[in-house]
Design a protein around this ligand. Structure first.
Ligand code: 4NP
Length: 167
């Protein structure tokens, strides 16, 4: 038998908050960084979006960029708004707070599994990532997001392993 290679489609993950300038870009950058560290960059397609349209085209908030720079995590995305097609395109849509979760589900129903980010960090004892746009505290939000992104990667690894018997 020939040495067969069957390409696998990437696992597509979209992080969603309200403005797409504070929390979801941070989660996108952190998750992409973890995936790269695990040598899995070619297995994932990762993006973020806002439910609102206030900041379309803008760079991330300086508080998000500053903490990412401090942690040596690259990010150069621009804000965009989620659209209905995203609900079928992505495998996972990961929301930051209850309003994001409800707004995404109100757009429609698709193939994507819609889950709150902090459901992957139960030890945090919180269901919503606080919005540093209003209250600051980008460093605390970073720690929360980082722990939850580790949980998310572990969750995806486990489900992919079970479904495909792949390591
Ligand atoms: P984010 O924070 O949803 O984490 O990006 C916000 C950014 C902007 C606004 C609200 C929240 N805003 O109202 O402009």
């Amino acid at each position: 038998m020939k040495n067969l290679q069957i390409p696998r489609p990437p696992i597509k993950v979209l992080f969603v908050c309200l403005g797409n300038i504070c929390r979801s870009p941070m989660a996108e950058a952190v998750f992409a960084h973890l995936v790269k560290e695990a040598n899995l960059a070619d297995r994932f397609e990762i993006d973020s979006a806002g439910t609102g349209d206030y900041h379309i085209g803008e760079t991330a908030h300086h508080g998000t960029l500053e903490i990412l720079r401090e942690k040596r995590i690259p990010y150069n995305g621009r804000a965009r708004q989620i659209n209905a097609a995203n609900l079928d395109y992505y495998d996972y849509i990961i929301t930051m707070d209850d309003a994001n979760f409800e707004d995404v589900n109100a757009i429609g129903k698709g193939r994507a599994e819609v889950r709150p980010l902090l459901s992957f960090a139960p030890a945090q004892g919180l269901t919503e990532v606080p919005d540093p746009y209003y209250h600051g505290g980008f460093d605390k939000v970073f720690e929360m997001v980082h722990e939850a992104c580790e949980g998310l990667l572990e969750h995806i690894h486990k489900s992919t392993f079970v479904e495909n018997k792949l390591s």
